[in-house]
Ligand binder design. Structure first.
Ligand code: SAM
Length: 456
C-alpha cells in the first residue's frame, strides 16, 4: 500500500492516537509498510520451507518475499497454509493449557477459510475431534477444500448458524470463536476493511459478537475453555465483550505466558486478561485473543454410544484397509456409495453429529463404490492416513504438476491400467485413472487452478 492510498478513517485515527499516545507515530508508520508474509507448515506432510520462525508457533515461518502461491503445487498438496503470523498465537492457548495432550472435542465456530482449523487439526491429540463450522455456505466449501488439503481426518465440517449448537449442550471441551469483526487489524492488508469501517460498524460488530457468544455458550461443557479472538484493536469488540460475558455467566479469565521479546501487549480490563498484537511491535497484523474457563455446571447432551458405523462388505473392508496407515485404529462407514474413514474412538461422535448439524464433510472420504469397483476419492490422496505403498505413483515436474492442478490431460507412459497417485516434490496431488491409450485426470473440477504460468 502506498502512502497516497491510505485514507485512515478520522474517528479511528483519533481513537488510536489517544490510545497509543507516544507510540502512535510508529503505529501509523507500520500501516504504511507492506504486510509481512507468513505461512504455517503442515507437520504431517514431509516438506519444509525456509524462513525465520514465528516465535509463538513452532511451524510458522516468515517469508522474505511473496511467492505466487497459486502456482506452487505444495500449497495445493496441503504442505503449508498461508496465514498471518499474529493469528498463530492460538497455538500458545492450546499448548499452555495442555489441550493437545488428551482426547477432547473442539468446536471452531467461525472457521472459514480455515486458518485456525488447519492449525488446530495439526495440534490436537490424535483421538480429538474438531468440528469446524462456517455459517456462510460458499465459505463452508472453501473451508472444506482447505481442510481436505490439510489431510488430517478427525474433522467434521459443518454449515450451521451459532444458534444450531444449542442442542449440543455441554458437548465441547473447547470452543474457539474467531469472531467476525470490524477488521481494524487488517487495514494495511485489506483496503476494503478501511472503507467499510465506522464507529457504528464497530458497535454493530460488538453486538453481533455478543449474540454469537450467547448462542454457543451452552455447548461448552462445565470447566470448558472458550478461546475468543478478533483481528481488531478496539476494546469494545475485545476485552469489553469478554467482560460483558463474565457479567452474563460464571467464568474465569485465563492467563497465558508471553515472552517480553514477542512484543505482545497484555491487556487487563476488570476481570479479563487478553493479548493484543500491534503491527509496530510484532511481525504480523493486528489481533486480539483472550481465554476464559466456564465455571458453571451443565448437564451434557446424552449420546447413544450403541450407534455403530455402517460397514461396507467384508471384502471391500479388507481391500480398503490396505489403503490406510495403521488401519486398526480406524473404521469405515458407508453412506450410499461413499465410504469414509473415521478414527475408531470418534465414530460415535461422527454419527451423532449427523443427526444434530448440517454436515458438509465428516472424516476422510476414502472411495466411491461403482458396482464392485472402488474409485479412490481425492481426499484420500491428500490424507495423512494414505498408505502410498499400495498405489503406483508418478512424480511430476512442476509444469506437469500445474497442468494436473488445472485438470488438463497428462500423458504418462509405462504405467499399468488403474489408479495412479501423482506427486510433486514427493507430495501427493491427486489421482489419474490410467487407461489403455490415455488417462483421466480426477482432480476436483471446482478446485482447479485457472492461473496461467506467467501471472501479470
Ligand atoms: N477463523 C477463520 C480463519 O482463521 O481462517 C477466520 C474467521 S473470520 C474472522 C470470521 C468468520 O465468521 C467468517 O468466515 C464469517 O463468514 C463468519 N461469520 C459471519 N457472520 C457470522 C455470524 N453471525 N455467526 C457466525 N459466524 C459468522
Amino acid at each position: 500500500m502506498t502512502e497516497s492510498d491510505i485514507k485512515i478513517p478520522e474517528d479511528f485515527f483519533l481513537r488510536m492516537k489517544g490510545t497509543l499516545q507516544s507510540a502512535f507515530p510508529d503505529f501509523l508508520k507500520s500501516l504504511k509498510e507492506t504486510s509481512p508474509i507468513s505461512i504455517r507448515q503442515n507437520q504431517y506432510k514431509n516438506f519444509s520451507i525456509e524462513g525465520e520462525s514465528v516465535p509463538w508457533c513452532k511451524t510458522g515461518r516468515h517469508l522474505k518475499t511473496r511467492p505466487v502461491f497459486t502456482l506452487d503445487p505444495a500449497l495445493h498438496a496441503g504442505a503449508y497454509y498461508v496465514q498471518e503470523a499474529s493469528s498463530m498465537f492460538l497455538e500458545q492457548a492450546i499448548k499452555q493449557l495442555d489441550l493437545d495432550k488428551k482426547p477432547i472435542r473442539v468446536l471452531d465456530l467461525c472457521a472459514a477459510p480455515g486458518g485456525k482449523s488447519t492449525h488446530l487439526a495439526g495440534l490436537l491429540h490424535e483421538d480429538s475431534l474438531l468440528v469446524s463450522n462456517e455459517v456462510i455456505r460458499t465459505r463452508a466449501s472453501i473451508l472444506d477444500e482447505n481442510l481436505t488439503k490439510w489431510g488430517v481426518g478427525n474433522v467434521v465440517i459443518t454449515n450451521n448458524d451459532p444458534r444450531d449448537f444449542e442442542n449440543l449442550t455441554g458437548f465441547f471441551d473447547v470452543i474457539v470463536v474467531d469472531a467476525p469483526c470490524s477488521g481494524e487489524g487488517l487495514f494495511r492488508k485489506d483496503h476494503e476493511a478501511m472503507t467499510e469501517w465506522s464507529v457504528n460498524n464497530v458497535q454493530l460488530s460488538a453486538k453481533r459478537q455478543q449474540r454469537i457468544l450467547t448462542d454457543v455458550w451452552p455447548a461448552l461443557r462445565s470447566d470448558g475453555i472458550l478461546i475468543y479472538s478478533t483481528c481488531t484493536y478496539n476494546s469494545l469488540e475485545n476485552e469489553e465483550n469478554m467482560q460483558w460475558l463474565t457479567e452474563q455467566h460464571k467464568l474465569e479469565s485465563i492467563n497465558l505466558n508471553i515472552e517480553s521479546e514477542w512484543g505482545i501487549e497484555e491487556v487487563k480490563h476488570k476481570n479479563i486478561i487478553g493479548y493484543r498484537f500491534y503491527p509496530h511491535h510484532v511481525v504480523g497484523e493486528g489481533f486480539f485473543l483472550s481465554v476464559v474457563q466456564k465455571q458453571e455446571s451443565i448437564e451434557p447432551v446424552s449420546i447413544n454410544k450403541k450407534v455403530a458405523p455402517t460397514l461396507p462388505a467384508k471384502k471391500i473392508q479388507e481391500q480398503l484397509s490396505h489403503w490406510v496407515i495403521d488401519p486398526d485404529h480406524y473404521t469405515f462407514h458407508q453412506h450410499n456409495d461413499l465410504i469414509s474413514l473415521f478414527r475408531k474412538s470418534l465414530a460415535t461422535d461422527h454419527l451423532f453429529l449427523y443427526r444434530k448439524l448440517h454436515i458438509v464433510n465428516s472424516g476422510t472420504a476414502v472411495a466411491t463404490l461403482k458396482g464392485d469397483k472402488l474409485i479412490p476419492e481425492h481426499a484420500m490422496a491428500l490424507s495423512t492416513r494414505l498408505n502410498r505403498e499400495r498405489f503406483q505413483t508418478a512424480e511430476l515436474n512442476k509444469t506437469d504438476a500445474l497442468n494436473f492442478l488445472r485438470k488438463e490431460n497428462i500423458h504418462l507412459t509405462g504405467h499399468t491400467k488403474g489408479y495412479l497417485l501423482v506427486t510433486n516434490q514427493n507430495l501427493p496431488l491427486g489421482w489419474l485413472n490410467v487407461l489403455d491409450n490415455r488417462s483421466n485426470n480426477l482432480y476436483p473440477k471446482t478446485w482447479r487452478i485457472r492461473m496461467g504460468n506467467s501471472p501479470v
